[in-house]
Ligand binder design. Structure first.
Ligand code: AHR
Length: 519
C-alpha cells in the first residue's frame, strides 16, 4: 500500500513543482523598453478635450450666470480654467458633437441680448440663448492657453455659411466678415487651425452614406480657405466604432490632399445602449466587461490605421479619436438629456488604458478628445453651484501630461491575464516616452482589481540613477470624488519602484495607475 502511495505521489509532486515554478515565472513580468527607437513624437493633442452645448458643460459649467458666486472673467469660470491649465490642456473641441450640425454661428455673435434663441433638439430640447458663441469660446481658449478645435455645420448648414465662418475667424484684411468681426470688438483674426467638417455625418450629422459624405466633404473643405498665417488642419467626420468601410471610402475618395485628420468615435458602454449601467454601482463582472470593451480601442485603432496605411503609407492623415470615454446612465434624478454621470476609479483605469493605447499608436493617432470636459459623460471636472470636484479621470490626465510632445519609447511585454469566470483580458498596459530633457516617463495601468503585478525591466540604453513615482488607486473600483469628499481618490507618492541590480523593479498594485520618472 505504502509503495503504491509513494509511487502515486511522485508525479503529483513533479506537477506541483511545475505549477509553482511556472506561477513564479509568470509573477514577474519582463518588460523591454526600446530606448534606441525613439522616432515618433507623442502629439500633445492626444490629451485634448471636448466641450459641447450639452447639459451643463457650457452653460452652468464653463459659462456661468452673471451673478454666480465663483471666480470668473466675463462669465467664464476661472477655477475650471486653472484646473485645466494645470493638466496642460492642449486643445478644446467645440461646439459639438451633434449640436455642431444644428449650430448657426451667426446666431452666436454680436450683442448678447439681441442674439436669437434656438432649441437644442439633441440635448433635452432646452432653449439655447447663444450667449456663448465664437468670441466667448475663443476667449476661453486664450485663457486656457490651448488651441481651439471648431467643428462646422455640414448637416443643416451651407458651404457658404462655413466658408464665411472661417473668413470671420482667420482673415486679416478688409472683407464683409472682417468688418462685422471688428464691429463686434475683435480687430485681429484668431488664426484657428483645427477645423472639423461636420460631426458624425453617418448619424446625427446628416445620416449620410460614406460615399455621399466624401463628396460633400470635398465641397465644404474646398471652400474653407487657408488665409495667411492660418492654414487649416481640416478634420473629416470619420467612422463610428468598427465601420471600416467609412475609413476606406474616405481614404480612397479624399486622401491627404485636403484632409489633415479623419475621426473615429468610440464610447465604452458597460452594458447596452438601452441600459448603459450605473456610473457608481457595478459589480466585478460588470467592471470586467467594461474593461474588455475599453481594450477594444486597441483593435479599432490598429484596424483603422491599417486601412489608412494602404492609402497613406507616409502617415500624413491623422487618426483623430475626438470622442472617447465611458458612457453610463445619468445620475438618478438628473435630466436624461444632460448626460451627467459620476466618475469612479473605474473611469480612471479606462482613461489610463486609452491614453496608453493612443501613445503607443502615436505614429497615426495625433489627436484625441475625451467626452466631455465638465459635467457631461466622462468628465474631468464636476460642478455644483460654487463647488468643483476634480474626478479620478482628471488625475490621470495630470499623471500622463509628461508624455505630451515627448518621444515614444516602444514597450514590449507579455501581460498577465486578468481572469473573470471563464474570460480573461490583459491586466497590464504600459506606455513610455523620453522628454526633451532626456527624462524617461513610464505610465502603467493594472486593470486587475485583485492582484498586484511584479515587473522588471533592464533599461540598458537609458541613463538613470533613481526612480520617482505617483500612484492613483483606491480601495474600491467604485470609489469616487464627491462634493462632500472631493479628494477621496487622488494621486499619492508611489514607493513600489526601485533600482535593483541595474534593473527597474516595480510592484504595481491592483487596480492602479502609476506614473514613473527615471532620473
Ligand atoms: O458626446 C455626446 C454625443 O455623442 C455627441 O454629441 C455625438 O457626437 C456623439 O454621438
Amino acid at each position: 500500500m505504502k509503495k503504491v502511495l509513494f509511487k502515486n505521489i511522485l508525479p503529483l509532486l513533479g506537477l506541483l513543482l511545475i505549477i509553482s515554478t511556472s506561477s513564479l515565472a509568470q509573477s514577474v513580468v519582463s518588460v523591454q523598453v526600446q530606448a534606441a527607437n525613439a522616432n515618433t513624437t507623442i502629439s500633445k493633442h492626444i490629451y485634448g478635450h471636448f466641450s459641447e452645448h450639452l447639459g451643463r458643460c457650457i452653460y452652468d459649467g464653463f459659462w456661468v450666470k452673471e451673478n454666480a458666486q465663483v471666480p470668473k472673467q466675463d462669465r467664464i469660470r476661472l477655477d475650471i480654467v486653472e484646473a485645466l491649465k494645470k493638466i496642460q490642456i492642449p486643445n478644446l473641441r467645440w461646439p459639438g458633437g451633434c449640436f455642431a450640425d444644428e449650430y448657426h454661428w451667426r446666431d452666436g455673435i454680436g450683442i448678447r441680448s439681441q442674439r436669437p434663441k434656438m432649441i437644442n433638439t439633441n440635448w433635452g430640447n432646452v432653449t439655447e440663448d447663444n450667449s456663448f458663441g465664437t468670441h466667448e469660446f475663443l476667449e476661453l481658449c486664450t485663457l486656457l492657453n490651448c488651441e481651439p478645435y471648431i467643428t462646422g455645420n455640414v448637416g443643416s448648414g451651407t458651404v457658404e455659411e462655413m466658408s464665411k465662418w472661417v473668413e470671420y475667424l482667420n482673415f486679416d484684411g478688409l472683407s464683409p466678415m472682417t468688418v462685422i468681426r471688428k464691429q463686434n470688438g475683435r480687430e485681429k483674426p484668431w488664426n484657428v487651425h483645427f477645423w472639423g467638417v461636420g460631426n458624425e455625418s453617418w448619424g446625427c450629422g446628416g445620416n449620410m452614406t460614406a460615399d455621399f459624405y466624401a463628396d460633400q466633404y470635398k465641397r465644404y473643405a474646398g471652400f474653407t480657405k487657408n488665409y495667411p498665417g492660418a492654414s487649416l488642419k481640416r478634420i473629416a467626420s470619420g467612422a463610428n466604432t468598427d465601420d471600416y468601410n467609412w475609413t476606406e471610402t474616405m481614404m480612397k475618395k479624399v486622401g491627404p490632399w485636403m484632409m489633415w485628420g479623419l475621426t473615429l468615435h468610440y464610447y465604452t458602454v458597460p452594458k447596452t445602449w438601452g441600459d448603459k449601467g450605473s456610473a457608481t454601482s457595478f459589480d466585478e463582472s460588470e467592471y470586467f466587461t467594461t474593461m474588455k470593451k475599453t481594450l477594444f480601442m486597441e483593435e479599432l485603432v490598429t484596424k483603422h490605421s491599417t486601412i489608412m496605411d494602404q492609402y497613406d503609407p507616409e502617415k500624413k492623415v491623422a487618426l483623430v479619436v475626438d470622442e472617447w470615454g465611458i458612457w453610463t446612465n445619468v445620475e438618478p434624478g438628473t435630466n436624461p438629456g444632460f448626460l451627467f454621470q459620476q466618475n469612479s476609479l473605474r473611469d480612471a483605469l479606462i482613461a489610463g488604458t486609452n491614453l496608453n493605447i493612443f501613445n503607443n499608436h502615436a505614429d497615426r493617432v495625433k489627436m484625441a478628445n475625451l467626452a466631455q470636459t465638465v459635467n457631461v459623460l466622462q468628465s474631468i471636472i464636476l460642478t455644483e453651484g460654487d463647488k468643483m470636484v476634480l474626478t479620478p479621470t482628471y488625475h490621470v490626465f495630470d499623471l500622463f501630461k509628461v508624455h505630451q510632445e515627448a518621444k515614444l519609447l516602444p514597450v514590449q511585454f507579455v501581460s498577465p491575464d486578468y481572469v473573470n469566470g471563464k474570460e480573461k483580458i490583459p491586466a497590464l498596459n504600459i506606455s513610455a516616452s523620453k522628454d526633451s530633457n532626456g527624462v524617461v516617463h513610464i505610465t502603467l495601468v493594472n486593470l486587475d482589481p485583485n492582484k498586484s503585478i511584479n515587473l522588471r525591466t533592464a533599461l540598458q540604453t537609458i541613463n538613470w540613477s533613481k526612480v520617482e513615482g505617483l500612484v492613483l488607486s483606491s480601495s474600491k473600483i467604485t470609489d469616487i470624488n464627491s462634493f462632500e469628499n472631493p479628494d477621496f481618490v487622488k494621486p499619492v507618492i508611489f514607493n513600489g519602484a526601485k533600482k535593483e541590480a541595474g534593473d527597474l523593479v516595480v510592484n504595481l498594485p491592483a487596480k492602479s495607475i502609476v506614473q514613473l520618472t527615471l532620473k
